[in-house]
Structures are given as structure tokens and as C-alpha cells.
Design a protein around this ligand. Sequence first.
Ligand code: DC
Length: 225
Amino acid sequence: MKNPLVITIDGPAGAGKSTVAQMLAARLGLNYVDSGATYRAAALKVLEAGASPEDEAVVVEIVGRAEIQFSTDGSDSRVSVDGRDVSQAIRTPEVTSAAAHVSRLPQVRQKLIALQRSLVRGKGVVMEGRDIGTVVFPEAPLKIFLKADVKERARRRLHQDREEGRVASLEQTAYDIGRRDQLDAERRISPLVPAPDAVEIDSTNLAADQVVERIVALARTKGLL
Ligand code: DC
């Protein structure tokens, strides 16, 4: 059997990473991993413990004790904390905000990166996040950096929020996304930067399936399929 294939997709919030990664995983028969879900699960645990996501020592202690698991089967993936499935519970604005703080801590990243690295099985994975091509799998044979205009990303996020029953304004959403970009890019450890060997794709004017086609073509050119 061939070695499992690892395709990494990094980029800012709202660039379309999860949609593209899920479609690509389904198309190529690989497992989909949303690394952000592991940071969100850690953040949820901190919030449920009643702690402040900005209280570093307490966060490190709580996350250190938490049993965070991730399971993936094709394009479906689930995350659990201490045996409880939290795949839905992590999709709230409170968790989004807490995850941006929790993910800055080296001890938290170390634990979750180990978990992410353990998820390569079967034919392989499409893993999306912020540092997958730079830190988690620096040896991956195909790395994508997906970006899009902040306005377009805010529009997409708003659409998603509305579908999930949340109400927000375009201005507020664009502001929140800009703020999160800043936190992600300024982070001392694992900042959001493209890997030197990543292929950048700007999805502002592309539909998800067009992005997927480009990635499949790249994988073919590299002889990975
Ligand atoms: O992609 P997302 O919104 O679910 O990510 C949640 C948070 O986790 C976000 O603040 C960025 C952070 N994150 C990270 O630091 N590294 C990753 N590989 C994935 C997400």
C-alpha cells in the first residue's frame, strides 16, 4: 500500500477552507480533519469550567487535563471532550472568541498538534487550519494556502451564520474576521503565514468546486493521484 497522502489547506477565517477540504476529501477518498475544531473544543472546555480564556495558567491546566478526541470518516468528522460529542456546541460566537485566545498558548498547541498528527490513517487526510503546512506537517507533498478578500469572507460567514440561525451584521462580521486575522497573524507561536512551498489560491471569485478542481489538478501534476 502507498503511504497515506497528506494535503494541507491553511488560510484565514472564511476563505472557504472547510468547504473545500470536505469536498476534496470526499472526491479523493481521504479523511477530512478540521484542526480548528480541536482548538474550539479546548476553548469550550475552558468556558464550561467557568474560567477566563485569557487566564493563561488556568487555561493550560484545564486543557492539559481535558481528553480531546477527534474522529474522522471520509468527509464527516466529530470532536469530543471527555467523552461528550461537542461538534455542534463548539460553533458559537463565544467559543470562536475564546478559541482565538486559547490557541495562542504553546502548551495548548503542543497537545493539539500531537492529536492532529495522530489522525493520518487509511488513504490519508485533507487537514485544514492555520499552521498545518508550516508546523503540523511540514513534509506534506501538497500544501494549499487559501485566501480571499476580507469583505467576501465576511459575506460568506454571514451567510453561514444566517443558515445556522444567528443574526449578525456585515460590518460586525468583517470587523470580527479582521480582528481574528490579526490575532492569528501576530501570534508568536505558529502564526498564520503560508509555507514557503504552499500554492496560494485566491478564492474571492471562485466557487468551491473550482478551487477543488485546481487542487486536484495540482495533485495530478505532482503525481500524487
Ligand atoms: O478555523 P476555526 O475558526 O475553527 O479556528 C478556531 C481558532 O483556532 C481560530 O482562532 C484559529 C485557531 N486555529 C489555530 O490556531 N491553528 C489551527 N491549525 C486551526 C485553528
